[in-house]
Write a protein that binds this ligand. Structure first.
Ligand SMILES: [Zn+2]
Length: 257
């Protein structure tokens, strides 16, 4: 069964921070021709929900070739990003070379379309940095390292390349002292909040099904770490989101969803 992973906005009594949430973490384990069906139907139905076009390396490497099918999806008004895509040496669902090839194809699609690339990286910092650096040198593109939780080197290199960093529930985990120490130093102007729902629920919901509304917990922790108000975190991360995802339109009014 193809599996579709999305982060639908929720109508639950969402604290205002939840309105700064972004659907930046959509993975379609579908062949490209089917991509529009699941993703876009979902995105079209829900105000404040957006889609990102991407395919997972393990499922679909060969047909990416020229990037045409992927690019074709970016014409849809709800498709505001490319990805997520990148290197995962933890699961290694596809050989490293194939992952790199697909990652480069997504970068190319981001560059050509002008849409931000949503980068996934796990246990692969060195190669991720190398590919992003090399690709940026051959032509600019914009993007975000989603669910950033790895080395300080990756964070600072990504910032140098003009990328943003997505901060999720891991920031609240008890053992994340190192991550919190790094994030404390990172410029607020380059941080996004994200849910990665249904995964990575923040404390005190760790291990449970994540909900977009819980992003408020991440906002609160970020505010605490940086010694600023939650309102300031909301203001900055929302502005950052719309700066990066320039194609996204803010919902008119009312609660997200
Ligand atoms: Zn990911």
């Amino acid at each position: 069964m193809p599996r579709l992973r999305t982060t639908p906005p929720t109508r639950k009594a969402a604290p205002s921070a939840a309105r700064s949430l972004f659907v930046i973490s959509i993975v379609a384990r579908l062949p490209v021709p089917m991509l529009s069906i699941g993703l876009l139907v979902h995105a079209e139905r829900i105000t404040g929900s957006f889609a990102a076009a991407g395919v997972v390396a393990a499922v679909f490497a060969a047909a990416l070739g020229a990037g045409g099918p992927l690019l074709a999806r970016t014409a849809h008004p709800k498709v505001i990003g490319i990805g997520e895509s990148g290197l995962d040496y933890y699961y290694e669902h596809a050989p490293k070379e194939v992952q790199a090839q697909v990652f480069r194809a997504h970068i190319e699609a981001a560059r050509t379309s002008g849409l931000p690339l949503i980068v996934h990286t796990r246990d692969a910092d060195r190669d991720t940095i190398a590919i992003l650096t090399e690709a940026m040198a051959s032509g600019p593109f914009i993007g975000v390292i989603h669910c950033y939780s790895s080395s300080p080197e990756l964070a600072w290199r990504a910032l140098e390349l003009g990328l943003y960093l997505g901060i999720g529930g891991i920031l609240t985990f008890r053992r994340s002292d190192e991550l919190r120490a790094t994030v404390r130093e990172l410029p607020l102007e380059r941080l996004l909040l994200e849910t990665d729902a249904p995964y990575l629920a923040p404390e005190p919901f760790r291990g449970k099904r994540n909900e977009p509304a819980y992003v408020a917990r991440v906002a609160a922790r970020l505010a605490e770490i940086k010694g600023i108000s939650v309102a300031e975190v909301e203001r900055a991360t929302t502005a950052n989101f719309f700066r990066l995802f320039g194609k996204a339109q803010a919902p008119d009014a009312g609660p997200c969803g």
